[in-house]
Design a protein around this ligand. Sequence first.
Ligand code: NIG
Ligand code: FE
Length: 410
Amino acid sequence: MRKQFIKNIKGLVQVGEDLPNILRGQQMQQLPILEDAYLALEDNTVVDYGLMSDWPGITDWRDVEVIDATNCFVLPAFIDSHTHTVFAASREEEFVDRILGLTYEEIAAKGGGILNSARKLNDMSQEALFEAACSRIEKMIAAGTGALEIKSGYGLSVEGELKMLRVIAQLKAHFPIEIKATFLGAHALPQAYKENRVGYIDLLVNDILPQIAQENLADYIDVFCERNYFTCEEMSQILEAGAKYGLKPKVHVNQFSVLGGVPAAIQKEAISVDHLEELDQNDLDALAVSSTIATLLPGCSHFLSIPYGSARKLIDANAIVALASDFNPGSSPSYHLMHIMSLACIKMKMTPQEAINALTINAAAALELSESHGKIAFGRQSPLILTKAVPSLAYLAYAYTEDHIQRIFI
Ligand code: NIG
Ligand code: FE
């Protein structure tokens, strides 16, 4: 058995026995911290924690790894509830096009964007995609990600979508962290179906979904509900088809425009509605009283220079807010959740406490991992972050280019 004893912890964050599984509105300000604390782990399971001053001592020190965390914080590893980590290649040529003046939507209209990624992915082997994703996930874990969701959506063909989801299944088996798979066949209309929307949706619903269900390849279903992509009606139809196979919705809505996707997704009992760079009063009112989580993706706003999600309005309206990276080659080529926390604080005026809650408790809820992830409590095996020596918790968000991570416990 591996025994670890972390002592002199400056702050043991998000710790306690009765922490809620979801935090909405003002509750997001609460962040329980034990100062000058210890934490004892056996095979990564929390067997004891408390104040150093209350520490009862250990009688048998044999085989115990003692870690001195003076001036360091311990917190639950962050949960990345929205990523596109399986992809064929980076797209920095589009990044340069945007610097030269084109918008993301203009690049997509020329056959770039998601369709560019789909062409490359369909040409790449499952093995090569798996290897590429593995090296990304290793870096994600080192950067503090303790669980993640990965979407399909760069296949846009029967074989391509199944290949992506099979890669995600391989990743689930390969890594010690929790990975959830989301079917995003409705990410864009593929070239071959440009004039045949109905045909493509029929392919998703009647050809791909049954196969996914048979191989048990997805946990969730997603649709990019957006002008030039999929309408609210199409989204509802696809979500209904997914529901027949037990796939709950987590959807892309309101990235560039308000189409009514938020209330439509809530109506379909979506676990989360993600993006929300655009938001109207109707959406706010709906999220204020819903258990659907509003997942904001500030990395995308930063990279595409589009508006940031209105975190303050959402929190003030009593919504449940989570944060995620949206890691993907087109709109957010970063998986760095510490940086997401900084962006949330700097650009969306979330407090560090709110941002940490949005990346732990609420993000765990956005992946239905509340029972195991996002907080530190007796008997839990939640992955943990040990920071380097820092002056305060807020410093993690403030010093936004420093590497704050000393060690990860998984
Ligand atoms: O979440 N908005 C849709 N999908 C991704 C971007 C995909 C891409 O550009 O490759 C997103 O931003
Ligand atoms: Fe996304």
